[in-house]
Design a binder for this molecule. Structure first.
Ligand code: SF4
Length: 373
């Protein structure tokens, strides 16, 4: 079954590190954008298909009014067969979440909220150019929970410039004191063309060493495990049974359909990217195709993508699924790479295929790179 992604590109302002397709100061487009989204969804060539996940990502989807979220959900339900037990996630920022809004979302059928918190330290939040405080973040989680949405994820960033071990411990203690079911814990990445990249290049911001980031990662893994969370993907932890069903589709080579400006889709054979220019998207959506890039995935590329993504997950590569998808075994496809990575202690054989070892988790990018031919 497919997953549906809806991209909401609006933010109040850009954060220091962000390279997502999102923009501050364009809220005047919001209403026209929602209408365009509904048109694009209604005109989908996949209309009539079955979906079991719906994910509002961004950007900041919680900047939409509940009425706008409801209109988009109605368009999805009118076009697709969305299962009664579908996972329906909305990404939110603490500054645009309160009890009333959370109740409205719950009434619409949103059953999972993913809050972009990033840190529970006010000084760090200011540095990252986040517009909320730590107190607002805690309150947002409590408001969502009080509204009856029990499936709550919180995103945090670690490996931040100047972040002490004490500050990270404080972040983890606050995180684990909250009624959450899921957390994505990312180490800071300096993306190209971001203000953070310019500050680092100018020597105004000093990044932590590789050893410090590794130590932070170890602290996080131990804290999450001690609290009963399952480390099911490189950056993602969940209470048993609360893995993100939508994100798992990305990591296991399942199809998904993306709507909205810059959204991506994958039908199992071809990847599609939508128009990124918001006014152009608004003008064209539902009237003519908004797809601007189309990439056929040949078998070799598919094999690489599958392994690259599957190794992010705790269970790793599924040998049977690989053979079903590509018509040969993973051993036939990657020959000497597998024994080489096993000999280095980065990869281990499992009953169903291969997965990263603890050591391999630390050198994930190197291992993934070995699967690119
Ligand atoms: S709120 Fe999220 S999407 Fe928006 S600028 Fe910040 S990190 Fe990027």
């Amino acid at each position: 079954m497919t997953g549906i992604y809806v991209h909401i590109p609006f933010c109040v302002q850009k954060c220091l590190y962000c390279d997502f397709p999102s923009y501050g100061g364009i809220s005047s487009y919001q209403e026209d954008y929602v209408a365009a989204l509904c048109r694009e969804i209604g005109a989908s060539s996949y209309a009539g298909g079955e979906a079991d996940t719906l994910y509002f990502g961004g950007g900041t989807p919680s900047l939409l009014t509940a009425e706008q979220v409801g209109r988009i959900m109605a368009a999805v339900r009118a076009t697709f067969s969305l299962g009664a037990d579908a996972e329906i996630t909305l990404e939110a920022n603490p500054d645009s979440m309160d009890k009333e809004y959370a109740k409205e979302l719950a009434a619409l059928g949103i059953n999972r909220v993913s809050l972009g918190v990033q840190s529970f330290c006010d000084e760090t939040l200011r540095f990252l150019r986040r517009i909320h405080t730590a107190e607002e973040a805690v309150r947002a989680v409590e408001d969502v929970y009080a509204a009856g949405i029990g499936n709550i994820s919180v995103d945090l960033i670690y490996g931040l410039p100047g972040q002490s071990v004490a500050a990270l411990r404080c972040d983890m203690e606050t995180l684990l004191s909250l009624p959450i079911t899921h957390s994505s814990l990312y180490s800071l990445i300096v993306e190209a063309h971001t203000p953070l990249e310019r500050l680092v290049a100018a020597g105004k911001v000093t990044l932590p060493s590789v050893e410090e980031v590794e130590a932070a990662g170890t602290l996080i893994r131990e804290a999450m495990a001690a609290s009963g969370f399952v480390h099911y993907e490189i950056s993602a932890y969940c209470r048993p049974g609360y893995a993100s069903r939508h994100n798992i589709k990305y990591w296991t080579y399942e199809p998904y359909i993306g709507f909205g400006a810059s959204a991506h889709s994958f039908d199992g054979k071809t990847r599609f990217t939508n128009e990124s220019n918001i006014p152009v998207y608004i003008k064209q959506a539902g009237k003519t195709s908004v797809v601007t890039e189309r990439e056929e995935i040949d078998t070799e590329r598919g094999e690489e993508d599958y392994c690259f993504l599957a190794l992010r997950m705790r269970d790793g590569i599924d040998g049977n699924r690989f053979r079903d998808l590509f018509g040969r075994t993973v051993e036939a496809a990657f020959g000497p790479v597998l024994p080489e990575l096993r000999a280095k202690g980065f990869l281990e054989e499992t009953a169903r295929g291969y997965k990263l070892t603890k050591q391999g988790l630390l050198y994930g990018n190197y291992v993934f790179g070995r699967f690119l031919r």
